[in-house]
Design a protein around this ligand. Sequence first.
Ligand SMILES: Cc1cc2nc3c(=O)[nH]c(=O)nc-3n(C[C@H](O)[C@H](O)[C@H](O)COP(=O)(O)OP(=O)(O)OC[C@H]3O[C@@H](n4cnc5c(N)ncnc54)[C@H](O)[C@@H]3O)c2cc1C
Ligand code: SF4
Length: 611
Amino acid sequence: MPGASDVDVAGQLDSYLDRCSPGTRRTVSLMLTAFNLSSIAGRRARPFRSLSASSREAYVLACETSRIRQRRETLIALKALILMFFCSDGRIQPLIGYDGEPFKKVEDEPGLVELLVEEPDRGFYETADVVVVGSGAGGSVAARELAEAGLKVIVLEEGERFDRRDFTGSPPERLRRFYRGNGLTFTIGVPTISLPIGRGVGGSTLINSGTCFRTPDFVLDAWGLERDEMAPYFDDVEAILHVAPVGGDIMGANGDVMDAGRRALGYSGGPIRRNARGCHGSGVCAFGCPLDAKLGTHVTYLPLAVKAGARIISGCRVDELLVEHGRAVGVRGSCLDPETGAMQRDARFEIRARTVVLAAGAVYTPALLQRQRLANSSSQVGRNLRIHPGCGVLGVFDRDLYAWKGVMQSYYVDEKLHDGILLEATYPPPGVGYSAGGIGGKGTELKDMLARYRQTAAAGLIISDSGTGRVRTTPGGGLLITYDLHPADLRKTLEGIRLAAEVYLAAGAEEVHTLLPGMPAVRQREELPRITEGRWTAADLKLSAYHPMGTCRMGKDPLSSVVDVHGQSHDLPGLMIADASVLPGSTYVNPQITIMALAARNARHLAAQVS
Ligand SMILES: Cc1cc2nc3c(=O)[nH]c(=O)nc-3n(C[C@H](O)[C@H](O)[C@H](O)COP(=O)(O)OP(=O)(O)OC[C@H]3O[C@@H](n4cnc5c(N)ncnc54)[C@H](O)[C@@H]3O)c2cc1C
Ligand code: SF4
């Protein structure tokens, strides 16, 4: 197999960074500089760049198991970036066995849904009954409910409008376009955790995996929500999203091996329920579905909202809430250039409304409030951040699986759900993803692993976190997301890795890669205790998380919650929050259905009040 220099990964990365935001360029350049200089402090006493080839290889290997966390983490992040370019290259893909072809030919492709979105190129002033900030899982559902109740609704979205015509190109190119910060968003703490967030009309539903779990009953009970009251909202959301279990025709080998292992062990689980129609199993859901078979809100709730009279305006970043006489009365913000995302000069907008619905997601909703010190008599705005940290586990089999063929996230094992551990068969395109950076080795050894990708199955963990993090704004308009893995969550993660390894071994895997530093592949059941009994620390884990929530939690008590049980601010009349921020705790499962059902319920409550 050719090497990174043969396909000019460095050149590809350079020209890619030229098209990324200045923030991304700074982050990557900082990582490269830090890694280059890190070897000066070591035995070699010279920058990485000036070492001989063999010394560089030795240094890379030493970094993988280095006790210095920053050194390890920088290597993982850079390796993930480099592997993504390497494995996405047209010359490498055939050698891995990846052809990007759909798993199944679909006869009836879903038709194109044209969504009417306004894209202003100058400032404007409007009035409405309700202005909704953010068009993702929560905002789109709230907009539809409120518009159907006869209210004049305007939805403001910072990102651009995208649909299946845009969901083409290589994974890095799609990360750059459809993800906030070009996909490079992280929490700060131990360990550093990748926290990707979507940005566009449809929010994170554009690029999520399409997994649809209802909130487990035990979670509803803990939150004090009535099961019977919530059931019709779940029914309605699932009907609009066409939620159904993944069929055998598009499951693919990645789900099949998890099914075999689960059955052999007698564990509970099954095909994942998803919001897709006419899916052909191309396995690229996290980069935008090329058919719009995955029913994000850009092809479901937002068109319904528009049909009911709502207006959607893209490229509009809300910078502040308007507050008069102690009441939210609208928002003000900036129109952004669709190409660069930069502020258009003098293009400011203002919308006056009877109610402001914040749905900018669990990171940006609290940030908006914090900047103005609003709605925070409880001091809980930005706190209680849960993210569902998780990591990848790879099972290598003695036969070709081509496990990327089929639905990207297809099968689950929920045997340990009550312990906060959920296992999901998840295979993004080969070499793509933060955990790919955790694959050990270099040179030939690493290439051997890539050559075995076709025999490899992959699973992801969702850990229901006991610990919490925090979103904070910094002077100068910056944002800090801090999160340290709680010791209980370290234990759950190790248990989860063990569960995944057990399932793969039961399915006949030859070896399981835990991605724990220095841990050899697991080949037999007897070796499983090494995972949970090893002296691993939080810093040893390569974690990513996709479910930020809880930063403006709802509750009855204004002393401990930001919004009431219907999402309305305890402090600021005229303000409702309708996104993942309001969740009072972990959902234990992927959260989009919970967010949507709550947004529908709370928006109906609001509509009844103001209509
Ligand atoms: C890669 C990935 C895979 C996932 N897979 C799944 C899955 O399979 N199943 C599942 O249940 N969940 C999944 N999730 C999580 C799920 O998509 C989110 O929990 C959900 O979309 C959050 O909804 P939200 O309304 O809080 O925010 P979002 O859907 O993120 O929407 C917020 C919107 O607000 C906009 N915005 C932010 N700030 C401003 C501002 N100042 N002005 C204007 N607009 C603003 C953003 O651009 C964004 O479009 C995944 C997430 C990711 C990133
Ligand atoms: S696997 Fe995902 S991306 Fe591919 S067609 Fe199905 S929903 Fe779309």
